[in-house]
Design a protein around this ligand. Sequence first.
Ligand SMILES: *[C@@H]1O[C@H](CO)[C@@H](O)[C@H](O)[C@H]1NC(C)=O
Length: 169
Amino acid sequence: MDAPFLTTSLAVLTTLSLLALPLSAAAHDFLPLKSSLVVEEYETNILQSSDGTFSSGFYNIYTNAFTFSIWYSNSVDKAIVWSANRGRPVHSRRSAITLRKDGTMVLTDYDGTVVWQTDGKFPNVQYIQLLNTGNLVLKNSSGNVVWQSFDSPTDTLLPTQRIPATTKS
Ligand SMILES: *[C@@H]1O[C@H](CO)[C@@H](O)[C@H](O)[C@H]1NC(C)=O
């Protein structure tokens, strides 16, 4: 291997790693109040836990049908650990998950129908956050967790997750 080739390779590698930076920086672990994830951007518009282990967003379960889910980012089959609406998938157009001004997280279908939402009223909610444990939480302006996906279990139970003593049906 001669020196010019090596220099060129190094330059290419450096350029590639610089290009990769904005991409990884684009993944957030939180979604602020009054914002949404939309189904049309399901491949890029996702939440990722800060250590990268878990992702959350729209999951394409079959043709034109999506669930709002949490999955292991790096597993080959994107193994799902939680879904808001496993039994009621939404369409591939105009569906969205939104953290509304009143602090409710709402999943809407193409026609605006609310398919799923967080139960309960929580004052001063600020954002949704996907934690490194795979728990999706709503936090208020004091930084306290006021709602968590661990309290409404579906699919796989994660190692740190306990089934709540009272589960609403
Ligand atoms: C946030 O939630 C905690 C726990 O429920 C509560 O004690 C605190 O008062 C809340 N903060 C605000 C600003 O509502």
